[in-house]
Design a protein around this ligand. Structure first.
Ligand SMILES: *[C@@H]1O[C@H](CO)[C@@H](O)[C@H](O)[C@H]1NC(C)=O
Ligand SMILES: *[C@@H]1O[C@H](CO)[C@@H](O)[C@H](O)[C@H]1NC(C)=O
Ligand SMILES: *[C@@H]1O[C@H](CO)[C@@H](O)[C@H](O)[C@H]1NC(C)=O
Length: 303
């Protein structure tokens, strides 16, 4: 494991030296924190005070990391769940988090998934179930849509759910074959990463190595056909910056890809096993991309 990581780093270094002559800006990353248990960081978000929030595929826990002191603290254990995933801010300093029952040995338990609410407004993290969804297949991606709505990616049903964050009312907003898991997928996951920004829903199909986007109306329903940005690079979760640039974690592909507003794709960092990314929110780190990985590393890179 360690050897192969070093080898990958060496190869990446070679690649970055080689591409230094090209226009591509590919950088190595800086460690913010390294988790040992839990290990599989899956979701990452930033509070307005700059503190990071991290969820885990191998444990239903939410942790916080102070990027300045590089210290991590466990905040929440999601009761009755074994896996946690997407995180999205639904009101100032109030976050929604996906949690349910999945394990690498036992697989996914359809119907076990819920959206939890973690509220920091009292000064400490207060967790409660926002809504359990018995019709859930395999929830993973999560994104804020408007003041009172989140969109949830369902990786096994190949659907995007919408949920009212005040009432918990939910329904399917988009369902498309492009969001289905591949028939031969090891883990039955299609739609994985999910991000709404400026009238567009971006999503990845983790079993098809693809990134897509589609324009949606005010209810979250697709208004046009789904565009494919690529279909040759493993793609996990993504973040869209205020300038419209998308940053995509590519897991085993070993890099962070940027899609500029003009559609140009470039590589901004080399990192192994990335699962999710988010841009900093303070003046000091608004150009810093924080990266979660499945091997416990939380890293950062200037973009
Ligand atoms: C969000 O809520 C605020 C106040 O509750 C309101 O003023 C604003 O118009 C809302 N924005 C949207 C996009 O609905
Ligand atoms: C996502 O997976 C489904 C199921 O295999 C497939 O139909 C769809 O084409 C995939 N998406 C892409 C872009 O290939
Ligand atoms: C938002 O979308 C509009 C319409 O497509 C586009 O003109 C504008 O540049 C976009 N803004 C950002 C920040 O992406």
């Amino acid at each position: 494991m360690r050897f192969s990581t070093l080898l990958i780093q060496a190869l990446s270094l070679t690649a970055s030296l080689a591409s230094a002559v090209a226009i591509e800006k590919r950088q190595s990353t800086t460690q913010v924190y390294k988790f040992s248990s839990p290990t599989s960081a899956e979701g990452i978000a930033v509070r307005s005070n700059g503190q990071l929030l991290v969820s885990f595929f191998d444990k239903a826990e939410l942790w916080t990391i102070d990027p300045a002191t590089k210290k991590a603290t466990k905040l929440v254990s999601f009761e009755g769940a074994t896996c946690s995933a997407g995180i999205a801010e639904i009101a100032p300093d109030v976050f929604a988090v996906v949690a349910g029952q999945f394990s690498f040995s036992g697989g996914n338990k359809a119907g076990s998934w819920a959206i939890w609410k973690v509220d920091f407004t009292s000064g400490t993290a207060v967790a409660s179930v926002l809504k359990k969804v018995p019709e859930s297949g395999f929830f993973n991606g999560l994104t804020t849509f408007d003041n009172s709505t989140i969109l949830i990616g369902d990786a096994s049903k190949g659907a995007v759910w919408r949920m009212d964050t005040k009432t918990g009312a939910y329904s399917i907003a988009i369902q498309d074959a492009l969001m289905n898991p591949a028939a031969n997928a090891g883990i039955p996951m299609g739609l994985d990463g999910l991000r709404y920004s400026n009238g567009t829903v971006w999503f990845t199909n983790v079993s098809k190595n693809s990134l897509h986007k589609v324009a949606v109306d005010a209810t979250g329903k697709a208004t046009g056909s789904i565009a494919t940005i690529w279909s040759n690079t493993f793609s996990d979760d993504l973040w869209v910056g205020s300038d419209g640039s998308a940053y995509v974690a590519t897991g085993s592909a070993g890099k962070i890809q940027k899609v500029s507003p003009d559609g140009k794709v470039s590589t901004v960092a080399s990192v192994s096993g990335s699962t999710a990314v988010v841009l900093g929110r303070t003046e000091a780190d608004k150009n810093t991309l924080y990266i979660a990985t499945g091997n416990g590393l939380i890293a950062s890179v200037k973009v």
